[in-house]
Design a protein around this ligand. Structure first.
Ligand SMILES: Cc1ncc(COP(=O)(O)O)c(C=O)c1O
Ligand SMILES: [Zn+2]
Length: 722
């Protein structure tokens, strides 16, 4: 297999016709930004190779590598998908009085549906492109398939499913380690939520039928059918003559349409290479409660209008097929074909009959194709001697519910009016915000279970975070590696492995190195301890010097500040903002007219640590409504203080470009500024000489971070601003 390779030559944009080179990460046209892309190959070269059959190749869809979009065969992620049996349906033939009905049995695929083909090719492309995280919206089966293949490829997967998808399917995806997000809305809305989520977090979004790998993968169904039909139907006298044979019909239950799009393309390629004599007609079967394609087809329209799905067969609930319909409509005009729908009940009846007669147990979405076959026969659309292949796309569903619980599933709810709208709605902001909180994962490590539980409960009382507790550093490390949380809150002194060793372990691994860690410790830190922790933690809290409530608020602030600045907190690449305005939003004030701000007192907060700045501004604002300007460097601080002439300056002593002492010196030179009261809040242990120096510089009070007496500080601020 190693000498075999892809004969891919480039990609064409289906929206504007632009031709471009292929690379595995390519997901939109550089000219029109369109996302419907189509791969092209060197068909003359491939025809030469394929003409005499493909003996001795791997037993998976990768045997057709020449016409698949993979650059490096070493990167292929496979579980033997494809090469499914083509079964002669003797009982069906008899019942329908038709001589040539075949079942392409996709139930034997690794995750029991034909979506494994797509997952194998798409995840391979992700691996080639170096993509490590992916978002997918699915009506059900693609989720299990992608989850399984992503597990093999070490790609973190976020799956967005509608809440109507069977819990069993959700559990299966969760079992493979995917993050499953349940969206209360239609599939098209779930897709929109997923796309927004991916865009905000800058994660790769799988574009299904639109992207190159999806459709290419489904071509292999056509290649296999043609190979198998030749083997089964070519008389032995002709053996060796033809290795490929096309059926007259390919029939499939259709939702988004990726299957038939790929199958048509596969047959077109075989035809173009002179290997088959026709491209089959496509029988597109939809469920009556969600049949936008069938409705457009019946009306002779080349474009479909979106519908709101109303069917229990949620796997087929794509309400807005977009360009997929236009392409299938065009294929039907070129090669013939038909689209019709069946009711849920007709599908359930077909499901029972198929199991009892052929011994084939299928899920309702698959049964739709068989109910459709009956109708196509009944209506005389399929002619007496035509060879028919029906895609048996997925198996009935098994039993993960006994081992997975609902805790693994996340929930997003859209309003009823939003759900009733056929087109994806905007204004999903609130749902997304809640989702951001829900997918925010925190690991709390404390060897005292009472402490970890208290922190978890308080956090979850504030926001719907996912909080995992560990009662040893080792257990914590394991959870951190599994979950890659957004934040860790850890005790320092623990038996076996302590917090210091934990931090060192986290720093060693690039995947965990950037996760912020808040250290909570009962230990008085020695200078050596402080040196070991320097730069390793987001903040340090000494037990006894703060309330748990303060800590929890700090955690919430830390997470929401990293969310504001950067939607993906675990992967910070924060641009340093030099000045930030935090306008007081206390109850009442926000509703008052802007003029109220004129009387609001101004504070300049000189603090380079954003988390400390958040905490301090919160404390400042409990005294009264304020406009707080936060500045992170000394040079900027002086400029802002000169411009603003604030009522109060809050100063950290250790900031990047100047010391607090130097800033005070600068201020002393300007008469107007010299009179502004200054509060110093610092983590620095002050010597007596330093204290005296600060007092002589009109510093009204000095406070040590980590030992802040909140009430006293609030009272002091009040007195300074009154
Ligand atoms: C079992 C099954 N059959 C049919 C379909 C419809 O497939 P397509 O995306 O090709 O329309 C799906 C889609 O999820 C499916 O899972
Ligand atoms: Zn284009």
């Amino acid at each position: 297999m190693t000498s075999l390779r892809s004969y891919l030559t480039g990609v064409r944009c289906l929206e504007c016709g632009h031709e471009m080179d292929f690379h595995p990460g390519l997901d939109r046209c550089p000219t029109c930004k369109g996302v419907w892309l189509d791969a092209k190959y060197d068909y003359d070269a491939v025809a030469e190779i394929w003409r005499n059959g493909l003996r001795g190749r791997v037993n998976s869809l990768w045997r057709y590598i020449e016409l698949l979009p993979v650059l490096d065969p070493e990167q292929i992620i496979t579980m033997g998908e494809g090469q499914s049996p083509l079964l002669r349906a003797a009982k069906l033939q008899k019942r329908l009085g038709h001589p040539a009905i075949f079942i392409k049995d996709e139930r034997q695929s690794p995750t029991i549906s034909f979506k494994d083909r797509q997952a194998s090719v798409a995840v391979t492309a992700m691996r080639e492109a170096g993509i490590q995280e992916c978002v997918l919206a699915s009506t059900g089966n693609a989720s299990a398939a992608y989850a399984a293949y992503c597990a093999r490829a070490d790609v973190k997967l976020w799956i967005f499913l509608t809440s109507l998808v069977m819990a069993d399917k959700m559990r299966e995806a969760a079992l493979y380690g995917a993050e499953v997000v349940k969206v209360t809305g239609t599939y098209d809305q779930a897709k929109k939520v997923a796309a927004d989520f991916a865009a905000r977090r800058k994660i790769h979004f799988d574009k299904g039928a639109k992207a190159v790998p999806g459709k290419e993968s489904m071509k292999t169904i056509a290649f296999e059918i043609a190979t198998e039909l030749a083997r089964q139907l070519t008389p032995s006298s002709e053996k060796g003559g033809s290795f490929w044979k096309a059926p007259d019909w390919y029939i499939q239950a259709v939702s988004g349409g990726i299957g038939p799009l790929g199958v048509v393309k596969g047959f077109e390629e075989l035809y173009r290479m002179g290997l088959i004599d026709r491209v089959p007609k496509i029988g597109t079967i939809q469920v009556a409660g969600c049949s936008p394609m069938v409705q457009a087809f019946a009306a002779g329209k080349p474009k479909a209008s979106p519908v709101v799905p109303e069917t229990r067969i949620t796997v087929l609930a794509t309400g807005d097929p977009g360009l997929a319909y236009e392409l299938l409509y065009k294929a039907s005009q070129t090669y013939g074909g038909h689209m019709l729908d069946v009711t849920d009940e007709e599908a359930f009846a077909a499901m029972r009959l198929l199991a009892k007669t052929e011994g084939i147990s299928v899920e309702p979405a698959t049964a739709v194709a068989f109910a459709g076959l009956d109708k196509l026969m009944e209506q005389g659309v399929i002619k007496p001697n035509e060879i028919v292949v029906v895609n048996c796309s997925g198996h009935t569903f098994p039993v993960e519910k006994y081992i997975m619980d609902e805790e693994n599933l996340l929930d997003v709810r859209l309003s009823h009016s939003a759900i009733a709208s056929a087109v994806p709605v905007d204004g999903l902001g609130a749902a997304l915000k809640r989702l951001d909180e829900q997918v925010t994962t925190i690991v709390v490590i404390d060897d005292n279970p009472m402490d970890s539980r208290l922190i978890r409960r308080l956090l979850q009382a504030k926001k719907p975070y996912r909080v995992f507790e560990a009662n040893s550093a080792l257990e914590g490390l394991q959870i951190i590696r599994d979950r890659l949380p957004d934040l860790v809150v850890s005790d320092l002194t623990m038996p076996e492995m302590d917090g210091f060793a934990l931090l060192e372990e986290l720093k060693k691994d690039p995947l965990t190195a950037k996760i912020p860690v808040i250290v909570v410790s009962a230990k008085d830190l020695t200078p050596e301890d402080e040196a070991r922790l320097a730069g390793q933690t987001a903040s340090i809290w000494l037990k006894g010097s703060f309330s748990t409530q303060d800590l929890v608020e700090h955690v919430v602030d830390t997470l929401s500040s990293s969310e504001d600045d950067n939607p993906s907190p675990a992967r910070p690449h924060r641009e340093r903002e030099e000045t930030k305005e935090i306008v007081a939003q206390r109850a009442g004030l926000a509703a008052e007219p802007n003029t109220a701000l004129a009387e609001v007192k101004k504070v300049v907060l000189v603090e380079d640590n954003p988390m400390d700045a958040r905490l301090i501004s919160r404390i400042l604002q409990t005294s009264r409504p304020l406009v707080i300007k936060q500045v992170q460097v000394g040079r900027e601080a002086i400029k802002v203080i000169k411009e603003e002439e604030p009522h109060l300056i809050v100063l950290d002593l250790i900031i990047p470009d100047m010391s607090g002492f130097q800033i005070l010196e600068e201020l002393k030179r300007d008469k107007k500024l010299d009179t502004i009261p200054v509060i110093v809040i610092t983590s620095k242990e002050l010597t007596e000489a330093e204290r005296q120096l600060l007092i002589s510089n009109h510093v009204s009070s000095m406070w040590q971070k980590g030992k802040l007496d909140r009430e006293k500080l609030v009272a002091h601020i009040k007195s300074q601003l009154s």
